[in-house]
Design a protein around this ligand. Structure first.
Ligand SMILES: [Mn+2]
Length: 244
């Protein structure tokens, strides 16, 4: 099996399509595929902040649910959007407002369709994917070895939000511990969540959220080749988002 794992997209549909083209994917007979039979995987945070969140949902739904040739794990933004679609009282901030604004432009039928897609994607997704053939685990904010195989509330919080302690920094951002430094497993842990200027390799882990929505780039990690492929963002660069 050959896998291309894509970092946080956040509505950057154009960059996603450019990246997939660069990776060698093609449309053929309404199917999106790779001539060398590669499979796509998404680390979550498909939507919010970027310009074309709903198209990203439609695309990932087609790959994962319809074509059954893709892996998807939810990110914290996916979790929030899912709860919004369920009708929960979710605060429309931190980028959710952009996805909701796109959604409000749709006809009733289109609304039902995209809502159904997101709910289906989310409800069929595991908290994290273990891909034995490639000795790889995909989790939005990463996962420590002790949690692999477990599915409780703690695990859910970790894979969605990362290694947070509950403490906050002076500017309100949560204090994050660096779980990757303590990871000594043999499997690859591929994750995103925290924007970095370059893919961050620590032990057998890699953070591929290269902050496309903040003007840096969208990144794929290819296995078994262990190769990185990135495309530039078309959005303005927001330097203060890259502090790690
Ligand atoms: Mn994210």
């Amino acid at each position: 099996m050959k896998l291309d794992i894509i970092g946080d997209i956040h509505g950057c549909y154009q960059e996603l399509q450019t990246l997939l083209k660069e990776l060698g994917y093609k449309w053929e007979n309404d199917q999106f595929h790779h001539p060398e039979d590669r499979t796509l995987a998404f680390v979550g945070d498909l939507t919010d902040r970027g310009p074309r969140s709903l198209e990203v949902i439609r695309f990932v739904y087609q790959m994962v649910v319809e074509q059954k040739n893709g892996y998807y794990v939810p990110g914290n933004h996916c979790d929030k959007l899912y709860r919004f679609f369920l009708g929960n009282n979710v605060k429309q901030q931190h980028g959710l407002e952009t996805t909701v604004a796109e959604y409000k432009q749709l006809t009733k039928q289109e609304k039902d369709e995209v809502k159904h897609m997101m709910i289906t994607l989310y409800e069929n997704a595991p908290l994290y994917h273990v891909i034995n053939e490639l000795q790889t685990v995909i989790a939005h904010a990463g996962i420590p070895e002790k949690y692999i195989g477990l599915h409780g509330k703690k695990v859910k919080t970790f894979v969605l939000y990362g290694d947070i302690t509950g403490e906050k920094l002076a500017d309100g951002r949560p204090v994050r511990k660096d779980w990757a430094q303590d990871y000594h497993g043999n499997r690859w842990i591929v994750y995103g969540h925290t924007p970095v200027l370059e893919p961050r390799f620590v032990n057998q882990t890699v953070n591929i959220d290269t902050g496309c929505v903040f003007g840096n780039k969208l990144t794929a990690f290819r296995l078994p080749e262990k190769e990185i492929v990135s495309v530039k963002s078309s959005l303005p660069f927001v330097e203060e988002k890259f502090r790690y």
